[in-house]
Design a protein around this ligand. Sequence first.
Ligand SMILES: N[C@@H](CCC(=O)N[C@@H](CS)C(=O)NCC(=O)O)C(=O)O
Length: 211
Amino acid sequence: MKLYLFPASPNALKPNVVAYHVGSKLERVIIDLRKGEQKTPEFLKLNPNGKMPLLVDGDFKLWESSAIMAYLAHQAKSPLWPTAPQPQADVMRWLSWELAHWGPAATILIRENLVKKLFSGADPDPAEVARGLELFRQYATILNDHLKGRNYLVGNALTIADYALAATLLLSKPAGIPVAEFANIQMWYDRVAAEPAWQQAVEDGNKAMAG
Ligand SMILES: N[C@@H](CCC(=O)N[C@@H](CS)C(=O)NCC(=O)O)C(=O)O
């Protein structure tokens, strides 16, 4: 199996941390977004979206980070992907929420406060920053309330849903995402980020940025 990724990106961290957690035997292939490697004709044949991450397992080409997380955890028969209908649907609920609401809210702040500066040197648009903060706080309130008295999102065990939602917060400091305003989220994030697999995946990201 090959995992194509730019490890510094939150969307890449999602499958990469699961791959480390379950010990997937796969080759990591760096797709350097700074060099536009996601738009080469060779890569577009594998993923017509021109985006990473992408998993290739034989003839099976799988894009979408959450789908890759589920595939890797399921293949390894890991409890990160519960098999009973209700916990599995609950994990799906949070993965869907991450893609529809949580991730897009954080992405506004990541784009305005970080990516624009890095890629074009442009200043953040204050109206967009205000919109991002409002949306983020709206969804963070829901997550913070859910995490009251819980260690993890679903049941009492770590699942791919925790990794997916925590990955969104990877760049919260440089992107000015106000996680610290939400005590339950901050404690849960610190718990997830203390996982050895998380540390390994973050290290991959640091190496990619230095390379
Ligand atoms: N919904 C996709 C999003 C993937 C995505 O947006 N990847 C971005 C980086 S975070 C990318 O490769 N962007 C390069 C581009 O659009 O040129 C997933 O979850 O895998």
